[in-house]
Design a binder for this molecule. Structure first.
Ligand code: PLP
Length: 222
């Protein structure tokens, strides 16, 4: 089998595993959107998954995404691009122009910069607030106890906040983190839950993820 088919086989396997987890968790079939995380991989490596029908992708760097996605979008106009990495306020302009969903709204300065850019460009990518469920100092995100206030502040700025995102601590059982994210979303009336990566996406589906962000299990190691 040619090397270029490997990521397509992986993609199909991840799709099947998501469908099985939906069934197990009594979630409706198709309830979960697969965000294929293509960071560090070049367009040639991504393209077979586009040919196989994948349309939702995640990138963690604005500049890297700018380099590869405009050309791919010409060939596949219905691509949906998610920003899943930390955003600097001096990149808000580019992020608003390129991404359809910004999953990493994580501090007031970024919320403000995004609101200003959205008004300027008359373009409104959906926003998720990143929650630092494990209170890890090295990780981005709003502490759970500050989430309600921050979400309200974002909405007051006019940001289209539709949900939450988290990255649980690597060395812990992710389940309580996913459950906490779901609870914060529930009480803030938010419908989108982006949680679960290659190692734990089935658990995330069981706990209510609407989006899972899977890189390594599709595209291989980075
Ligand atoms: C890289 C990354 C992923 C994908 O991680 P894998 O373990 O490769 O599936 C998901 N979410 C975020 C925020 C990432 O940076």
């Amino acid at each position: 089998m040619s090397a270029s088919c490997e990521q397509v086989n992986n993609l199909m396997a991840v799709r099947s595993a998501i469908a099985a987890a939906e069934l197990d968790g009594q979630r409706p079939q198709g309830a979960v959107t697969l965000v294929a995380v293509s960071k560090t991989h070049d367009a040639d490596h991504i393209r077979p998954t586009l040919d196989a029908g994948q349309r939702v992708f995640g990138e963690n760097r604005v500049q890297e995404a700018q380099g590869k996605w405009p050309a791919l979008r010409e060939a596949f106009p219905d691509i949906e691009l998610h920003l899943i990495g930390p955003l600097q306020s001096n990149k808000a302009k580019e992020a608003v122009a390129l991404f359809d969903v910004i999953e990493t709204v994580d501090r007031p300065k970024i919320a403000q910069a995004l609101a200003e850019e959205m008004a300027k460009q008359d373009r409104k990518p959906q926003c998720l607030v990143q929650i630092n469920t494990g209170l890890e100092p090295q990780k981005a995100g709003i502490p759970p106890e500050d989430a309600d206030l921050f979400i309200t502040a974002c909405k007051d700025l006019g940001l289209p906040v539709v949900g939450l995102m988290c990255i649980p601590p690597a060395d812990q059982n992710p389940a309580p983190h996913f459950a906490l994210l779901r609870e914060i979303a529930r009480r803030n009336d938010l419908s989108v839950l982006s949680m679960g990566m290659s190692g734990d996406y089935q658990t995330a589906v069981a706990l209510g993820a609407t989006h899972v962000r899977v890189g390594t299990a599709i595209f291989g190691s980075r």
